[in-house]
Structures are given as structure tokens and as C-alpha cells.
Design a binder for this molecule. Structure first.
Ligand code: C2E
Ligand code: CA
Ligand code: CA
Length: 401
């Protein structure tokens, strides 16, 4: 049975909601103000929170901010309730997570649809996470222990962001770069993101890490813009938990404006898995990010077996064809055929196509023949420390395409 926490200062509204939820067989807990609500969320671990916005002392936004800071409550679905249907409030609610915003009076059906939608998504997330955390090898336990130590002590000195350029296939110039996280631990040496990111995701550490990545990338972009390097897009990988954060959009917008960045220089990389989990909600989030100028890329494209029909519904800018498709593309005619049609489809949808993990001249030639737009891979450059990438930018080098 799912447990729902209702945070609402108006007693009659609260009682009404509790009756309704109990009639639908939900387990309920209730708080009469924001402060108690935060405490209850942290002691009861509800599956979902319904929270009024207008409350004395700690309002709904304050409750949300407090819960998002705490790893154990940071991913609990959160639905705002408000009596105020003013456009500006609606907008603020939208900016903090769109369809998690219900205007009172709402119908029973509206409420239940919003709740069930969110619960299903959270259940999937929890299932994925517990599948990972149930079978930790001794090595993973060690990595996790070191990771927790670093995050708890806010010690990000051992982390670094590298930048891997992507090269325009027509001009040979660097048009964008992907930021890739690196971790050098005193005990373990260098640990691959493929190893520590899933652990960070399943143990409530990814939000802190992701915040640091976004902030560090924005600081770096500001340095580059300040010395006159414009039109360089930097892509940041988001994990599903980050993408689902209700305050993702205000956070990103705030980072962009506090670093005086042009918003179209930041691109967020999402994967199909993240989008398919709740496509309608994903589309709303993507649309909102794009309305602020932030670009969206679909990463690792082609690895899941989804139908391609959904692609045309997605508001985005870039398609990154996964390295799996590029590797052996010259000897595997099926891969070549698929890649060719992916590029065509992407172009029909007005998307920029980047091929990932290109290593050989032969791969490059085939991609060029098929009008791929840009190339990322060891053939041109691995991911580089910021300073080395900076030097590369300053040379204004043309790569041979
Ligand atoms: P990804 O997003 O698919 O990133 C591309 C990976 O391919 C990177 O591995 C990159 O170093 C590697 N690569 C690039 N060119 C080549 C090539 O020509 N050949 C081969 N064999 N590999 C190439 P990396 O840096 O180990 O990152 C692995 C994954 O970790 C990334 O896959 C991404 O999913 C995740 N990741 C990295 N940084 C972050 C981050 O800041 N946040 C999140 N959430 N995930 C991250
Ligand atoms: Ca990526
Ligand atoms: Ca990728």
C-alpha cells in the first residue's frame, strides 16, 4: 500500500483529502504546517507528498527545497496544491515541475490521475535502484564507501570535469564538447564514471554530484565566454534522478543567469530510458528547458529497442548515435543501414546528428558519406582536462574531415 503525506494548514481541506485518499485505500499521514511536514517526510518516508503552497512560516516551496537537500527524501514525488490560480503562481509552479501542480478545487479524478502517475514512476525508479543495491560486490562497497565519504565532507577536490570535443564534419572545427566526470580517489585510484555513477544514483548521492558538475561546467563556460569563445555548446549528462527533480528547471536557469551565460550554449544529454519512463512529463520538462534556450540531446541513441515513432514528438536539438552502432560499421552492413536511416530520420526532424565513439578513418568516411553532422571520438580527441581543452580551443584548429 502506498503511503501519502498531506501537508496542508487548512483543516477542512486536509480532512477532505485524507478521506478521499483513504477511500482509495492509500495509507495517509498528515501535517498541519510546513515544518512538521518536513519532519514527517524524513521520519515516515512517504511514497508521495501532497503539499499546499501557501502556508505560514515555511511555505510549500520551502518544504520542497528542504526535502530536496536531503538524499533520503530528494526523490519522493511532490505535488503542489494551491487555491491560487493566478497566472504568475501557475508559472512558478510550472517552473518547479509542471504537472505536479494542482489548483484547488480539483476533481477527485484529477487528483487520482496525478497521484497514480507519479507513484508508478517512483515505483519504477525504486525497483531499478534496489535491483542495483541488492547485489553490491566487495569492490562496489568500497567504491560506495569512498564516494559517501567524499560527498559527506563536500570534498570535490578529487573530482574533475574533462571535455571531449565534437567536430563539425563540414568545417573540421570544434562546435561543441561533452563534459565528462572524472574521479581520482586516494585509496582506489582513478574510478570510471561507469562504475561510480550508478552507485551514486542508487544511494542518493547523484544530486550532490550532479549539482557540482553543473556548477563547475557553468563556471568554466563563463571563463570561455569571457575570453571571447562564443558559439561553443557544452553538453552535460543528466541522470534520471536529476532529470526528475522538481526544481531542475529553476536550478538550471539560475546557474545560467548567475554565470551570465548564453543559455543556448548549455545542452543537457538525456537518454531514451529517462524519457520513456514518463514521456508526457519528460516532454513538458524538455519543452520548458528549451523555452529558456537550453538545448536537449538524446544520448546513446539506438541502444534501446523502442520504436522510432516517438522521436518526432520529442522537443530536442541533437541526436547522439551510440558508439555501439559506429563500431564495426564498415564490416556490419546492418549497422551501416541502421545508422544511415537514423541520420536521415534525424535530419527529417531537423536534428543535429553526432556520432559517438568514432575511432577509425573508415568509420569517419562512412559517416561523412551519409551526411552525419558531427563526430566525437578518439579519432579526433579523448576527453581532455579543462586546461588542455582550453589550449586546443585557442589554437582554433581545423581537424581533417
Ligand atoms: P556517455 O555519455 O556515452 O559518454 C561517452 C563515453 O565514451 C565516455 O566515457 C567517453 O570517454 C567515451 N568515449 C569517447 N570517445 C570514445 C571512443 O572513440 N572510443 C571509446 N571506446 N570510448 C569513447 P566515460 O567518460 O567513461 O563516461 C562513461 C559514461 O558515464 C558516460 O557515457 C555517461 O553516461 C556517464 N557520465 C560521465 N560523466 C557524467 C556526469 O557528469 N553525469 C552523469 N550523470 N553521467 C556521467
Ligand atoms: Ca553523454
Ligand atoms: Ca553517449
Amino acid at each position: 500500500m502506498s503511503k501519502i503525506l498531506v501537508i496542508e494548514d487548512e483543516e477542512s481541506v486536509r480532512d477532505n483529502l485524507l478521506d478521499l485518499l483513504e477511500a482509495e485505500s492509500f495509507e495517509t499521514v498528515a501535517a498541519a504546517n510546513g515544518k512538521i511536514g518536513v519532519e514527517m517526510a524524513m521520519s515516515e518516508y512517504p511514497d508521495l507528498i501532497l503539499c499546499d503552497i501557501m502556508m505560514p512560516e515555511l511555505d510549500g516551496y520551502g518544504v520542497l527545497a528542504a526535502l530536496r537537500q536531503e538524499p533520503s527524501t530528494s526523490t519522493i514525488p511532490f505535488i503542489f496544491l494551491t487555491a491560487n490560480a493566478a497566472k504568475s503562481d501557475f508559472r512558478q509552479g510550472m517552473n518547479m515541475g509542471a504537472d505536479d501542480y494542482l489548483t484547488k478545487p480539483f476533481t477527485r479524478a484529477e487528483l487520482l490521475i496525478a497521484i497514480l502517475n507519479k507513484l508508478e514512476k517512483y515505483a519504477n525508479l525504486k525497483k531499478n535502484l534496489s535491483a542495483i543495491s541488492n547485489k553490491l560486490t566487495p569492490r562496489m562497497q568500497l567504491v560506495l564507501h569512498q564516494l559517501k565519504l567524499a560527498i559527506k565532507n563536500k570534498n570535490f577536490e578529487d573530482f574533475d570535469i574533462y571535455y571531449q570535443p565534437s567536430i563539425d564534419i563540414n568545417t573540421g572545427k570544434i562546435t561543441s564538447a561533452e563534459s565528462l566526470l572524472r574521479w581520482q580517489n586516494a585509496e582506489l585510484g582513478r574510478v570510471s564514471p561507469l562504475e561510480f555513477i550508478p552507485l551514486a544514483e542508487s544511494h542518493g548521492l547523484i544530486i550532490d554530484i550532479g549539482n557540482w558538475v553543473l556548477k563547475t561546467v557553468c563556471q568554466q563556460m563563463q571563463i570561455w565566454q569571457d575570453i571571447g569563445i562564443h558559439n561553443l555548446t557544452i553538453a552535460v549528462n543528466l541522470s534520471p534522478i536529476e532529470f526528475n527533480q522538481i526544481d531542475l528547471i529553476p536550478k538550471v536557469i539560475d546557474l545560467i543567469s548567475s554565470h551570465n551565460l548564453q543559455s543556448n550554449c548549455l545542452e543537457l544529454e538525456l537518454t531514451e530510458r529517462m524519457i520513456m519512463e514518463d514521456m508526457n512529463l519528460a516532454i513538458i520538462t524538455m519543452e520548458k528547458l528549451r523555452s529558456f534556450g537550453v538545448k536537449i540531446a538524446l544520448d546513446d541513441f539506438g541502444v534501446s529497442n523502442n520504436s522510432l515513432m516517438y522521436l518526432k514528438q520529442l522537443p530536442m536539438d541533437t541526436l547522439k548515435i551510440d558508439r555501439d552502432f559506429i563500431q564495426d560499421i564498415n564490416s556490419d552492413y546492418r549497422k551501416a543501414a541502421i545508422t544511415k536511416s537514423l541520420i536521415q530520420l534525424g535530419h527529417d526532424l531537423d536534428l543535429k546528428i553526432i556520432a559517438e565513439g568514432v575511432e577509425t578513418e573508415a568509420e569517419l568516411a562512412l559517416l561523412r558519406e551519409n551526411s552525419c553532422d558531427a563526430i566525437q571520438g578518439y579519432i579526433y580527441s579523448p576527453a581532455l582536462p579543462a586546461l588542455e581543452f582550453h589550449k586546443l580551443l585557442l589554437t582554433n584548429k581545423s581537424f581533417s574531415v
